[in-house]
Write a protein that binds this ligand. Structure first.
Ligand code: EPZ
Length: 418
């Protein structure tokens, strides 16, 4: 098992390029299945979840080749096949591949998708939306089988702006020879990126960037070249680390407009943040102040994926910071791990109250999930002494070259296998 030794106390200084967004690359890779041709996905991060996506595409008969930072996918020879449970279970984004398989071949098997444990992660919105478009389901004890022979258009409304369910509807609707309108759609930038790629393949989508998307489907889609938008969560994570440890870090190839609530919160904590079109520079002396209440919400609100890393940045802040998690029912599994460092965090339902402490002490802690693992790393960077972090392979799912990047910034970190 991979472990990370972290000697805390080093400030972070340097320049790091941000990669393409994991949560955009994954649905876009699923959408390549609909092109029946050759797609070039530029700026595709080389992370474990993207490699898992490549395995699924190859299993479905696609040719997948990485050329530098691009992934070339030729789905000409793709054939209807069931995505094996062991592949489906690797990540939540497998749902997108289920939707794309259904869209291209008219049937699919849905077994338990993987992904971070953030409380129950049901798929009822996905099932209800596909049913409204004519999909028929049969259930066994461990899986849902879906047959989509008669495709109908219509007006759908999501009860919650689910990112995944919005992606499922988009991947399905482009193959419906009618008009599909989705109300209450997610407005995350990654959704607009997926719409952009589908449009580049020949789809007709309007309302992009709003909660009301209209798709005029049924057109034959062709291959396309697309550059994935920058990863706003990778950006937020490095900013939170620099804010906490102190230092002067510049992130390039990113987009400050994608994470305004995070920048606002870190400025409130006392960081100096300068932005240019594709750059963010954060300067911090490591002595932060509490930020009051931070409430996560669907875009354009404070992103739930930044909750854990920003919480970790505020463990030594003077004053209180209160995090209200409104997107996931159970997204505080990183809190017990942060308490091991001496953090003072009180939990009441979906609210976590952080009272800043003078110092954090090195300890043994575990990465509970992708963003929780980043939080534990940020705490270790600020703790007195040498910490050991376990289960850190989970960070490989979403952060390309993260160990090298932190070492480049001056962190005293060493990855070993136990
Ligand atoms: C996507 O997950 C992201 N994952 C998550 O990022 C992100 O936290 C989340 O969107 C919210 O922004 C990927 O894009 C691969 P949702 P997703 O459907 O699609 C409930 C990371 O760290 N819900 O918007 O699964 C659900 O339980 C990951 O990169 C239902 O009840 O999120 C949750 O409470 C973590 N029924 C809420 O909606 C459904 O059918 C939002 O979930 C679907 C969702």
């Amino acid at each position: 098992m991979s472990v990370l030794r972290v000697r805390g106390g080093e400030m972070l200084r340097g320049v790091i390029p941000i990669h393409g967004a994991k949560n955009s690359a994954l649905p876009i890779l699923a959408a390549t299945l609909l092109s029946c041709g050759r797609c070039v996905i530029c700026g595709c991060p080389d992370i474990a979840d993207v490699r898992a996506a490549g395995e699924i595409l190859r299993h479905l008969g696609c040719e997948v080749e990485r050329v530098g930072t691009s992934l070339i996918v030729d789905s000409t020879g793709a054939k209807a096949a069931e995505i094996p449970p062991e592949l489906m279970g690797k990540m939540r984004a497998s749902l997108g591949f289920f939707g794309a398989t259904l869209s291209r071949f008219g049937w699919g098997r849905l077994c338990a998708p993987g992904g971070c444990r953030l409380g129950a992660r049901p798929v009822n919105y996905h099932v209800a939306a596909l049913s409204a478009l004519g999909a028929e389901w049969s259930q066994t004890d461990s899986e849902l089988r879906c047959n989509w022979e008669f495709r109908v258009g219509g007006d759908l409304t999501l009860p919650f702006p689910s990112v995944g369910a919005t992606e499922t509807v988009l991947l399905a609707a482009v193959s419906v020879p009618a008009v599909v309108t989705l109300h209450g759609a997610a407005r995350e930038p990654e959704i607009a990126d997926l719409c952009g790629f589908l449009t580049a393949m020949g789809a007709e989508i309007s309302g992009v960037g709003t909660s009301d998307l209209t798709v005029r489907g049924g057109k034959r889609l062709h291959g396309a070249v697309w550059r994935v938008l920058p990863d706003r969560m990778e950006t937020a994570s490095y900013l939170a680390a620099a804010a906490a440890a102190g230092g002067d870090v510049t992130l390039t190839e990113t987009d400050p407009t994608l994470l305004a609530p995070v920048l606002e919160t870190l400025r409130k904590a006392g960081c100096r943040i300068d932005t240019e079109t594709k750059k963010i520079r954060l300067v911090s002396d490591g002595n932060l102040r509490g930020v009051g209440t931070v409430t996560t919400a669907p875009y354009p609100g404070f992103p739930t994926d930044a909750q854990a890393p920003v919480m970790a940045a505020l463990l030594r802040a003077k004053g209180e910071s209160v995090f209200c998690e409104t997107v996931f029912p159970d997204r505080f599994s990183h809190v017990p791990e942060l308490r091991r460092f001496g953090a003072e965090i009180a939990l009441h339902g979906r609210t976590a109250t952080v009272t800043g402490v003078e110092r954090l002490s090195a300890c043994e802690a575990a990465a509970t999930d992708l963003r929780g693992g980043m939080a534990a790393l940020i705490a270790a960077l600020c703790a007195d002494g040498v910490s050991t972090l376990r289960n850190i392979a989970v960070l490989d799912r979403g952060y390309e070259n993260w160990v090298e990047n932190f070492r480049l910034l001056g962190a005293d970190v060493q990855r070993t296998e136990e």
